[in-house]
Design a protein around this ligand. Structure first.
Ligand code: SF4
Length: 333
């Protein structure tokens, strides 16, 4: 029997090439080996969101990108976290077995307190408990994570272990599947590619928009004039060539070092490479977007499949905890 993978992602809207080369392509690949549950974690997003104006649109656009990239809703369950409310119930039950001291020592909580001192909400502290509920509700056995997320997963394992120890074995302890995503720097060549730094290129952008964005990319800072030889090994445009114009990287590196090619031409080649690599993705996206209600259908079906698993789990949890359930009231004492 195939193991179950669970992964959640915040609704960040249209995906950029950093997301695409990292998490999204990994999601697609995992489907061949595991039963995958992919969740848009809208409730998690509320811990840091200042307003919810664009959240519906962001969910829709992100899921459309996932589907166009190859996440197959026949193979994987794709749904929105809040559509399966049992996760809130399990979160509350887990919060009763999680010592506050475990949560206060989480490094990301401390960082968030610094980042948003005026909005240190209860949800921020409980974030790892909700994350544990996300995984455990679907009895997720494998969770794809980057190295930086390992402490969160370790905490999820501790919470599950404590629950199992106190009440009885209900949940598998989720295992980390370490994934080395390629580090894709943004167009500034300094920060990781991210919408919040406005240094990104959306995978669904038009050819012209891609070309325009690529032209703003920072290159080798030592190359001030066209005749200066360049240093591709320190140039972020060259790093992007490694993903999108693999067949020409040696030729480009040599032409850069000998100043045969200028940065504008080099960027034009990169923009063409990005546009031709993403052509099949964009065609599929346009075709899915033209099917009225398709994303809604996928999410509705995903929520039903996820909820069927969630109901079973919650029933088992309450039985194991020996809680008096509504169904018990129908039986004579
Ligand atoms: Fe970078 Fe290309 Fe300019 Fe060389 S020619 S510095 S690789 S942008």
């Amino acid at each position: 029997m195939r193991k179950r993978v669970f992964s959640g992602a915040r609704p960040t809207g249209r995906q950029h090439i950093g997301n695409y080369l990292g998490a999204v392509q990994n999601y697609v690949a995992l489907q061949d080996e595991y039963d995958c549950v992919y969740c848009v974690v809208d409730i998690h997003a509320l811990t840091t969101l200042e307003d919810t104006e664009s959240i519906r649109e962001d969910i829709y656009e992100m899921v459309l990108d996932w589907l166009a990239a190859g996440i197959d809703p026949q193979k994987s369950i794709v749904f929105v976290q809040s559509h399966v409310p049992q996760v809130m119930e399990l979160h509350t039950l887990f919060s009763m077995v999680t010592p506050l001291s475990w949560l206060l020592r989480v490094p990301t909580f401390k960082e968030k307190v610094k980042m948003q001192p005026d909005n240190v909400n209860y949800g921020l502290v409980g974030y790892p408990v909700l994350m544990t509920a996300d995984i455990a509700l679907y009895k997720g056995e494998v969770v794809p994570v980057g190295e930086d997320q390992l402490p969160h997963l370790e905490l999820a394992r501790e919470i599950v272990r404590r629950f199992n120890g106190l009440f009885g074995s209900v949940f598998p302890e989720p295992q980390a599947k370490l994934t080395n995503f390629p580090l894709v720097l943004g167009l500034d060549g300094v920060q990781k590619m991210s919408k919040s730094y406005d240094n990104h290129i959306e995978v669904s952008a038009s050819h012209q928009a891609v070309a325009k964005r690529v032209m703003t990319a920072v290159t080798d800072p030592a190359r001030k004039y066209r005749a200066d030889p360049g240093h591709p090994e320190i140039c972020n445009v060259f790093r992007l060539h490694n993903f999108f114009t693999q067949a020409r990287v040696e030729e480009i590196a040599a032409a850069c070092r000998s100043a045969e090619i200028g940065c504008v031409d080099c960027k034009r080649i990169l923009a063409e490479g990005i546009n031709s690599s993403l052509k099949p993705f964009r065609e599929k996206r346009a075709s899915l977007a033209s099917r009225p209600g398709y994303v809604n259908q996928v999410l509705a079906d995903g929520a039903s499949r996820a909820e069927a698993i969630a109901e079973e789990t919650i029933k088992e949890v309450k039985e194991t905890m020996k809680l008096l359930q509504r169904a018990d009231l129908e039986r004579p004492r």
